[in-house]
Design a protein around this ligand. Sequence first.
Ligand code: ZN
Length: 168
Amino acid sequence: MDQERLIDLRDETEDMLKATELGEHPDAEAFDERFDDAADKLEQILVGDISEWVGRFYRKRYHRWQSGDREKPLCRCENPRCPLKRGDIPYRLRRRDSQIRADGGTGREVLSGYLDSHPQAVIIDEALDKQAALATELAREFRQLQRDIAAAIEAVIDGRVDDTETHN
Ligand SMILES: [Zn+2]
């Protein structure tokens, strides 16, 4: 799932939520909540400040590796001081949103940029895979939400929604 396409999907969904007809539908609030959930995830995992997400992703696997539940090393590089081998997230990936953005690029680009300069970082490769899987899930959720919103708008237009509360 292309990241720009995913952002478009989010924006399209947000626009659909502004339809005046939707205000008369009993599920309007639930749609808003589903949208906020998906939009938050998109921001935390792919587009915005991903440092917290990467941190959690990394620590979970580092603990597994330390306790012997994971065989694959987190990084295969030669550097004995490599932070990824010592339980640390590299500085470049820990920095906050503003710096990441200042360097140009989204969270996902920061991860792939890091992998370019440190290609043995198995764990970063895995984080990128995980992001891709989550992106597919989010795209599915936005599309489903769009279908549900469209159906709700149609129901209001067709007068299939009990709107007595709103109009009396
Ligand atoms: Zn390394």
